[in-house]
Design a binder for this molecule. Sequence first.
Ligand SMILES: Nc1ncnc2c1ncn2[C@@H]1O[C@H](COP(=O)(O)OP(=O)(O)O)[C@@H](O)[C@H]1O
Ligand SMILES: [Mg+2]
Length: 287
Amino acid sequence: NHDTVVLELLASDGQMSRYEIGQQAQAAASIGQGHIMHAIGGHGRSLWLKVMRRFLGGRLEDELVMLNTAMTGFRGNATAGIEQALAEITRSIQLELDWNCERAFMDKGVKYYHEALPGLRSAQVVQALPQDRPVVLIMENIEGGTLQSWIQREVTGVDAPDEACEGARLLKAAFSVWSTEALLRSGFFHGDPHAGNMMFHYSAENKTGALTFIDFGNSIDVDDPVSGLTKQVVFLVFGTLLKSPKLALRAFRIQNEATECRLACELDEAWKKAESATWWQYGAAAA
Ligand SMILES: Nc1ncnc2c1ncn2[C@@H]1O[C@H](COP(=O)(O)OP(=O)(O)O)[C@@H](O)[C@H]1O
Ligand SMILES: [Mg+2]
């Protein structure tokens, strides 16, 4: 009928499974939307389908043509920075629209995060369709809700303290695995690990929780993490702690000496201004 769609999925072992998908989306996503796929015939678990909005690829192409036309009158040294920023933004949007890439990153999420510590998980992808240029990602349907909604919810009852402790333990576990993996091991990291991109579920019977990474669209893979990432983070942190703009700026690739001087002055001023400020004003000034 018009309210549901039935999808047949052929698994690699040759087994065909049927699923019912409601027209109504369960979650609106920025570049797509999410639907639950209910298994028909009681053969197993439900799945999650993330589908890309139509025409996004075409719209990006059109906007790039317009931007490039607008830029042609302004080429030269003065706009080199803008051009580079534009190229980087374009590349990151193209990557976000490339769901074969997202699928590969989800596989890496499973490889590096899944069960790295008890209860820590990463969403497992089942299929990306169509294979050459996917606009649909089918993955496991994660129990619970986003960590964001859990934080905002008032947790009551006798289990509340246990549940809160389990949430805190898992958030620490997620940060620890995420940062260690990025800085000291593979160089892979989920690029957008906010509370809306993690799912949390607590089982009161077992007194255990599960925290699952989802949405790997903005992930990054650094070849040599120690020289390509860790060193820069160390410069930034120690430069900030020691209030040395020169040291902090070594975290960035600044080719122009005049720019470096200007940034150093701005940073120095921001830090001075922030001395009497609260920590959050300090954070905003530093940003
Ligand atoms: N595998 C999943 N199982 C259950 N819910 C999910 C799953 N993946 C995403 N969601 C829900 O859909 C929302 C948006 O999905 P997400 O992949 O983060 O899209 P976007 O790229 O737009 O941020 C999430 O915040 C979550 O509520
Ligand atoms: Mg998201």
